[in-house]
Unconditional design. Structure first.
Length: 254
């Protein structure tokens, strides 16, 4: 596994509220860990929420270092409980300080074990899998536009430009309880995983992202730089967080 993560403030925002975490080494009982978080809230609260989410999650995982994962069910439960712990930490931080009341963050994270990605997710930060033939969004956005799509109220083309496309329906830390989506994704035939905030996906189509990742750049860092550059050229209306994880062996189907 090779992974690189970067955050860029974009062209329109005065501060950065996105955070990333990249570890190809063990974190607690997990052999690797990749996280993107996109914070929200007044003052500096969004930046605090996204960083707190990552720190609290990693602290929780490190606190279970001696635990044996044992089974896929235990692994998924550990990821879920880590996010629930982060929700508790952020929510209570908001209660302690009026400047932070109502702050929250999206979070999308995964760990890769035995050719499978184990994913936990809240909000509209995304995880994609791809090879040279195709790109596939693995996570489902927790957003107003996604709900409208599922109800047939708008088309996929409408969703890309919808004025309420940034309205999310779930976040970590905004309420005392949060529902966490968890899933397992086979990486058979997958060459890259992309974790990113909507600062990237709202600025370009999936087809464009796929094309840029498979353009001829010398390394993953150069690829990420080019994705960020193109997102900023398209308007850069939000902070941009990107992690690219490159797998080893690849098949021809996704």
């Amino acid at each position: 596994m090779i992974a690189v993560g970067k955050v860029n403030i974009g062209m329109r925002r005065s501060k950065n509220e996105d955070s990333v975490f990249v570890s190809n080494e063990s974190v607690g009982p997990l052999p690797n860990l990749y996280i993107v978080a996109d914070g929200m809230g007044g003052h500096k609260a969004g930046a605090i929420a996204s960083k707190l989410a990552i720190d609290a999650f990693c602290d929780y995982i490190e606190g279970h270092k001696s635990n044996s994962l044992g089974s896929e069910e235990n692994l998924i439960l550990l990821l879920k409980r880590g996010i629930l712990h982060a929700n508790y930490v952020i929510y209570n931080k908001g209660l302690e300080n009026p400047d932070y009341t109502g702050m929250g963050t999206t979070i999308t994270l995964c760990t890769v074990i035995d050719g499978n990605a184990y994913i936990a997710h809240v909000g509209d930060t995304r995880l994609y899998c791809m090879n040279s033939n195709q790109i596939k969004q693995v996570t489902v956005d927790h957003s107003l536009v996604q709900e409208m799509l599922e109800q047939g109220m708008i088309t996929q083309n409408d969703a890309q430009e919808h004025p309420q496309r940034h309205v999310i329906t779930r976040a970590v830390g905004t309420y005392e309880q949060v529902k966490v989506d968890t899933l397992k994704q086979s990486l058979n035939g997958v060459e890259y995983m992309l974790l990113c905030s909507d600062g990237l996906t709202s600025m370009m189509s999936e087809e464009t992202i796929h094309k840029l990742i498979y353009a001829s750049y010398s390394d993953i860092e150069g690829t990420i730089d080019h994705l960020i550059e193109k997102a900023n050229e398209a308007g850069g209306v939000d902070n941009i967080a990107v992690i690219i994880v490159k797998k080893g062996e690849v098949n021809t189907t996704c």
